[in-house]
Design a binder for this molecule. Structure first.
Ligand code: F6R
Length: 328
């Protein structure tokens, strides 16, 4: 896992090559909505992208992390099916339903039944390198979605232009990222992490939580501002020493949300001293997303090492998939 995380710059470059050499066949019909269907490490890219492009995309962007798709999905919907293995049953159910409705389907996968279906039905598909843990291949899912949205003329090439600079940027930040990741891993050790971010970076906070779950084998939760200021904040009334609070700050919150941050910090600081902050770096939203993905991946690795658990294995997920396979 360390090697894969270290290789984020190469992954971005390889993913750019896959995206830029893809030959999409684009239908004449108008696309009126986008849905990304995917689970876990293959679903989170959709959430990150939906928040990244929401100031530019003119059509609704919805997510399905389940077997079903909403009733609005029809032949004018671009359905992006993202499954690294190509065999995740929820994604396959969703895609089959999308096919029945005549949706425009594009596949991101390394193989499996999803790739077979894409080849059989002539859907546009992007094949990513196989043989890794899906969550370690998030970069491919994000980059391919940018290329897909651009190919369908739903977004400009702005994000693609920013992408090219991200690998060098991350190299320049390397020492700082490692020092910061180790500091935060030590801070989280033996506590339950509670992650707060602005809502534009909810995908990143969820990814952070998922990496802590799967790599470091811990329970934790996340919530976003401004929403948490209307409910969860009250939960701090009694205080608790069990939690380690991490604020994920970026330059892209609404100015009034920044006032909320100040007040939230003031309130929580009266309930626990166990609080720290991560500051995103980079001049644009895409770079700040990648910076945070990389930093929080390293936090999960350092925490797994402090806990002396194997970051790679997810035997519990494997067990669950095997058991589900027995129930037809
Ligand atoms: C494992 C992981 C999981 C999978 C999920 C869906 O590393 O991250 O969350 O991503 O079980 O499987 P795929 O990605 O094959 O569709």
């Amino acid at each position: 896992m360390r090697e894969l995380i270290k290789g984020i710059g190469n992954q971005i470059q390889e993913a750019i090559k896959i995206g830029s050499s893809a030959r999409f066949s684009i239908p004449e019909k108008e696309i009126r909505a986008v849905i990304v269907c995917g689970l876990g490490g293959s679903g989170i890219g959709g959430r990150i992208i939906s928040l990244l492009v929401n100031e530019e995309l003119k059509v609704p962007f919805i997510l399905s992390n389940d077997y079903s798709i909403p009733a609005c999905v029809d032949e004018h919907t671009l359905l992006i099916a993202s499954s690294y293995s190509g065999n995740t049953e929820e994604t396959l159910y969703a895609v089959k339903e999308g096919k029945k409705r005549g949706a425009e389907i594009v596949v991101i996968t390394s193989g499996g039944e999803l790739l077979e279906m894409a080849q059989q039905y002539g859907w546009n598909h992007l094949v990513v390198p196989k043989g890794q843990q899906p969550r370690a291949m998030l970069v491919y899912s994000i980059v391919q979605q940018i290329y897909i949205l651009n190919a369908y003329r739903l977004i400009s090439s702005k994000e693609m232009d920013c992408l090219a600079n991200v690998p060098d940027f991350l190299v320049r930040q390397r020492d700082m990222i490692h020092a910061e990741a180790l500091r935060i891993a030590k801070f989280l050790h033996q506590k339950t992490p509670v992650i707060y971010s602005g809502s534009f970076f909810e995908g990143i906070a969820i990814r952070f939580r998922q990496q802590l779950n799967e790599n470091a084998k811990v329970l934790c939760w996340n919530h976003v501002l401004p929403e948490m200021t209307h409910n969860e904040l009250v939960g701090w009334a009694g205080g608790s020493d069990a939690f380690a609070v991490v604020y994920v700050k970026t330059d892209f919150d609404h100015p009034r949300t920044n006032y909320r941050w100040d007040i939230v910090k003031e309130i929580i600081s009266k309930k626990t001293a166990y609080v720290t902050e991560i500051r995103a770096k980079g001049t644009d939203r895409l770079t700040q997303n990648f910076y945070l993905i990389h930093l929080t991946d390293w936090i999960s690795i350092y925490l797994s090492e402090l806990k002396q658990v194997d970051a790679i294995e997810v035997n519990i997920i494997g067990h669950l998939k095997t058991e589900m396979g027995k129930r037809k």
